[in-house]
Design a protein around this ligand. Structure first.
Ligand code: FES
Length: 128
């Protein structure tokens, strides 16, 4: 069974929106979000994850209580990752990435997603 979750804005719970893709767009590091709460733990399902579209972040929880973050810009040609189920999907050309480390599971991408660091305090997930 797959779970799909897309959120519209960092820190805005339950604001589901359709996926946004933009092939060819430049990678956008989340510089302005460092030190800020980007989501709540309840927004990131265990064994899956969430795309915070506006922040260009993929947040995952591969094991209960273990949170990971990745730049949502696909290393193939720059689409924004649109979907997280049991792995991370780029719907532009079908690449799939591992929830735990962003490694490529299926191409055409050949490079992993850029890992970002997060901390969890209470229910707040903060981008380091
Ligand atoms: S841009 Fe993601 S698979 Fe091509």
């Amino acid at each position: 069974m797959s779970r799909r979750r897309l959120l519209g804005a960092a820190g805005v719970a339950g604001a589901a929106v359709a996926g946004v893709s933009a092939c060819g767009e430049k990678p956008a590091p989340q510089e302005s979000l460092h030190g800020r709460v980007v989501a709540q733990t309840s927004e990131v399902p265990v064994g899956s994850g969430t795309v915070v579209v506006d922040a260009k972040l993929v947040l995952t929880q591969p094991q209960e209580g273990e949170f990971k973050a990745f730049n949502a810009v696909c290393p193939h040609t720059g689409c924004t990752i649109q979907e997280v189920t049991e792995d991370i999907h780029c719907l532009c050309h079908g690449s799939r990435f591992d929830l735990a480390n962003g490694e490529v599971l299926e191409g055409p991408a050949t490079e992993p997603l850029q890992a970002l660091e997060v901390t969890v305090e209470g229910t707040d997930i903060t981008l380091v």
